[in-house]
Design a protein around this ligand. Structure first.
Ligand SMILES: NC(=O)c1ccc[n+]([C@@H]2O[C@H](COP(=O)([O-])OP(=O)(O)OC[C@H]3O[C@@H](n4cnc5c(N)ncnc54)[C@H](OP(=O)(O)O)[C@@H]3O)[C@@H](O)[C@H]2O)c1
Length: 333
């Protein structure tokens, strides 16, 4: 059961894992790879494994860098000379919208496996609750700025989920889950699931703390993974300092008190909430910085002050312009 970790839990380490209801388990901390550029991501993945103890890597078919992530993994396995084995690592990747039709799901995971050069994926997620038709170039379902009607209207989430379950049966993936799903979309899956989702990966950070979704997932024994955990994104024409929680005075003050960086404070806040957290970086110094979060703890007061930012500064950053059938935006808040 995914539980809250008390702030003074001295057992929280880089090796800490969370156990799913299917009895598999995943590390609580790992590396994100969205927008990790080819030319950089291979080295950063290798360094993460060999020199910083990272074991969880979060990728996706649509990030178009799985082959480099795979190269980084294999270089590290080779160079570790047996000290790190495939089974020590936990690899997550995601089914893209274009591959929701049941006959395409196995193709998609096999394509990711080929690029990653692996024979199984630890955790495979439906990336978005939106099905595109699988036609050439329909990667974003948006062409020349024109909204196009290229959604696979007859494909339900349940159809796609049943195809995901078959991947577990075929031992291509160990566990399956979802991403960017709301409660009613998860309910739709739970009603028909033979294998229940183990994870919902969602945008979650001090400015968008998803209290309701965390509660819902805890009740349903679903582990929450925080994406964009540093909220280090901004809208066009916005200054980074005005957007990201890394620059928030409360975070900065706590960082100063604890002799830590703002990123370390935010990552620790996720862990103390019992969340899995996957900050992305391609910068070697930050790779080390983000993993050095086990020699201090946030007090209840620190946690409360950071939680309050979700009310005073509430905002979602990742909200793609998908308009699935019904013309409702993918997020209505
Ligand atoms: N399921 C989904 O739909 C979804 C959506 C978004 C993200 N994700 C996953 O979640 C991962 C993390 O989210 P994210 O990449 O959006 O955002 P993030 O991890 O919150 O932030 C990444 C940004 O912060 C910078 N950064 C990293 N460490 C830092 C530090 N210590 N101090 C200051 N800046 C730092 C990185 O720059 P440098 O790289 O230049 O160092 C990068 O610009 C993704 O990579 C992806 O794997 C999933």
């Amino acid at each position: 059961m995914a539980s809250m970790i008390p702030h003074n839990d001295k057992t929280l380490t880089l090796d800490s894992r969370v156990t799913f209801h299917d009895n598999n388990s995943m590390p609580r901390f790992g590396l994100g790879t969205w927008r990790s550029e080819p030319g950089k991501v291979q080295n950063i993945v290798r360094e993460a494994i060999l020199n910083h103890g990272y074991r969880l890597f979060d990728g996706a078919w649509i990030y178009q860098n799985e082959h480099e992530v795979g190269n980084g993994i294999h270089e590290a396995l080779e160079q570790s000379q047996g000290a790190v084995k495939r089974e020590d690592l936990f690899i997550t990747t995601k089914l893209w919208n274009q591959h929701h039709e049941p006959q395409d799901v196995e193709w998609a995971v096999r394509d990711s496996l080929k690029k990653l050069r692996l024979d199984y994926i630890d955790l495979y997620l439906i990336h978005w609750p939106v099905a595109f038709k699988n036609i050439p170039d329909n990667v974003w379902s948006q062409k020349d700025g024109e909204k196009t009607r290229l959604y696979a209207e007859n494909v339900t989430l349940a159809d796609t989920w049943k195809a995901m379950e078959k991947l577990v049966d075929a031992q291509l993936v160990r566990s399956i889950g979802v991403s960017n799903f709301n409660q009613s979309q998860i309910d739709e899956i739970l009603q028909i699931a033979r294998i229940r989702p183990v994870v919902n990966q969602i945008e979650l950070h001090p400015y968008f703390n998803q209290a309701e979704m965390r509660e819902y997932c805890a009740k349903n024994d679903i582990v929450v993974t925080s994406y964009s955990p540093l909220s280090n994104l901004k809208r066009e024409n916005e200054r980074e300092e005005d957007a990201s929680a890394l620059y928030n005075p409360v975070i900065q003050e706590i960082a100063k008190e604890k002799h830590k960086t703002p990123a370390q404070i935010i990552i620790r806040w996720h862990l103390q909430h019992g969340l899995v957290v996957i900050p992305k970086t391609v910068t070697p110094e930050r790779l080390a910085e983000n993993a050095h979060i086990y020699d201090f703890a946030l007090s209840d007061t620190d946690m409360r002050r950071i939680n309050q930012l979700g009310e005073t500064h509430r905002r979602r950053f990742v909200n793609p312009p998908f308009l699935p059938p019904g013309d409702k935006p993918v997020f209505d808040n």
